[in-house]
Design a protein around this ligand. Structure first.
Ligand code: PLP
Length: 511
């Protein structure tokens, strides 16, 4: 039976019966069945076109013909493991090396971002002969056991923090108490330091030197660990923390962190799995936003590297690689670096170059940032618009003073956008940051369309609240049951938390 000939409900039933519910669906109430894709568009079983604003795996565009053709042609000839000599693997390593600082010159090929970060952890431990890892709060580095342990985003809900993991958070910061929701997941079980978030964190846009202040938090974490006799093997961070809410760390932060970590004998690992390959526009790698002289010890790549084909890579220095080789143990990965995967990787690099997608990311990203900033001026729910290239976050807030995350409103917005055939999602500890990381072929027209729809929905939301206030005032009864209030479109309950707050304020006014 062709995959697209089954009714959506039947697919859903089969999935519920045969797959674990741990494997979640987007929009679980009304999932989308996608059967075809091209460029920045996805098509459902009825042929409806959805604009994809969030899939950073389909980096140069879904089903890009050059990439598909490269895989097909290589599949016709040979696919085997990397124990035989083949040109694709060396050509690919050569091409990648041209994008990187010269110090990063030894490549390992793998199949997923998780595998890449797991190998990075092994490399760091072998080189330093230390065990411990420092990570940023709310980070995610992969689904393997070793990486769940260094992913506060996951281990907070499990059995907690291992003694060899040190997370960056400041329980004593005076501003923490003002932001209970943003900080609520911070349990400070042992050593923690804050995300370098200048909008929501303890050191903000008005701080004279947030880069130094946040880097000092990492230094404190390292010092406390050392006082307990722990030894730091590595600091892992996404070059732009995306899972943590599309954060843009202040310039100079990572360089100072690297100094503190290296002084403790550890290595700096840049996770470029979501943010590499030209997405940030100005540079090919997001860590290069720190400046020419900043060179991580290990860089991990995944997702976008293969445009949907399972490819991943770790690159490091000769010294780190030699320490790993010194164990005498072979690194063998059955599928890693096979001729098909390398042909795909090479084709992705070709498309990035021939279609000038890095420059395109700068142009479309700047346009989007400018238009989203205009929306910020118009809609108070938009607290912050931040980003670079086609990596953009829109931080939604309930109130300007506390910057309380507008979680329910963000969820509502995402579902309304989906009704308008636009796919977007949220990130961050408060699940209130709209994340834009579309395929790199996302156009100016797409950006304009997205902003217009966002504007319509936010305006609609605003009129609804205005209407509510009028109703509450005119009937002068304060016995309204917010739970019974429906959105004027009749589609769903309006963000109840916000509504409760509005009504409470009106009650006070009438009292
Ligand atoms: C920053 C980051 N690192 C690592 C991974 C793990 O990659 P994969 O799912 O390909 O194993 C992810 C996946 O979402 C990620 O976002």
């Amino acid at each position: 039976m062709a995959a697209d000939s089954r009714a959506k409900a039947a697919t859903l039933n089969l999935r519920r019966r045969l797959l674990s519910s741990s494997c979640r669906l987007f929009f679980p109430e009304d999932p989308v069945k996608i059967i075809r894709s091209q460029g920045q568009y996805l098509y459902d079983e009825q042929g409806r076109e959805f604009l994809d604003c969030v899939n950073n795996v389909a980096h140069v565009g879904h089903c890009h013909p050059t990439v598909v053709q490269a895989a097909h042609e290589q599949n016709l000839v040979l696919n085997t493991n990397s124990r035989y000599l083949h040109d694709n693997i060396v050509d690919y390593a050569q091409r990648l090396s041209e994008t990187l600082p010269k110090e990063l010159s030894v490549f390992y090929f793998l199949n997923s971002g998780s595998e890449a970060n797991d190998l990075a952890l092994r490399l760091a431990r072998q080189y330093t002969e230390h065990q411990d890892v420092v990570v940023l709060d709310h980070a995610y580095h992969g689904h393997l056991s070793s990486l769940i342990d260094i992913s506060p985003y996951k281990f907070r809900d499990l059995d907690g923090q291992k003694e060899w993991v040190h997370v960056v958070c400041t329980p004593t910061s005076p501003q923490v108490s003002f932001h209970p929701q943003a900080w609520m997941t911070w349990q400070c079980l042992s050593l923690q330091a804050p995300l370098p978030d200048t909008y929501r964190g303890p050191y903000r846009e008005d701080h004279p030197n947030p880069a130094e202040a946040y880097a000092n938090e990492v230094k404190n974490v390292v010092n406390i660990a050392q006082e307990k006799g722990r030894k730091i093997a590595a600091f892992f961070a996404e070059s732009l923390p995306s899972v943590a809410g599309q954060i843009i760390p202040p310039a100079g932060y990572f360089s100072q962190v690297a100094e503190h970590i290296r002084r403790a004998g550890g290595l700096f690992v840049a996770d470029e799995i979501q943010v590499g390959f030209g997405r940030v526009g100005k540079h090919f790698w997001a860590f290069q936003l720190e400046g020419e002289s900043f060179v991580p010890d290990i860089v991990t790549m995944g997702k976008s590297i293969g445009n949907g084909h399972p490819v991943a890579c770790v690159v490091t220095t000769q010294a780190v690689s030699r320490a790993f080789e010194a164990t005498g143990i072979e690194y063998f990965n059955t599928f890693g670096g096979n001729p098909v995967s390398c042909a795909v990787g090479l084709a992705v690099l070709d498309v990035l170059e021939t279609e000038q997608l890095q420059a395109h990311a700068t142009n479309v990203g700047s346009f989007l940032m400018e238009h989203l900033s205009q929306q910020k001026a118009k809609h108070p729910i938009i607290g912050d618009v931040r980003g670079t290239g086609l990596f953009i976050g829109v931080d939604l807030i309930k109130d300007e003073t506390l910057r309380t995350p507008a979680t329910e409103e963000a969820e509502y917005l995402i579902s309304r956008l989906k009704e308008n055939y636009i796919l977007l999602s949220t990130d961050g500890p408060g699940r209130n940051v709209l994340k834009f990381k579309p395929p790199m072929c996302f156009s100016l027209d797409n950006a304009q369309h997205l902003v217009a729809k966002l504007d319509d929905i936010l305006t609609d939301l605003w009129y609804f609240f205005l209407d509510m206030e009028e109703k509450v005032r005119s009937c002068k009864t304060l016995r309204i049951q917010p739970n019974s209030v429906k959105h004027p479109s009749g589609k769903r309950d309006l963000c109840l938390a916000h509504l409760h707050q509005e009504i409470h304020q009106l009650q006070l006014a009438f009292a």
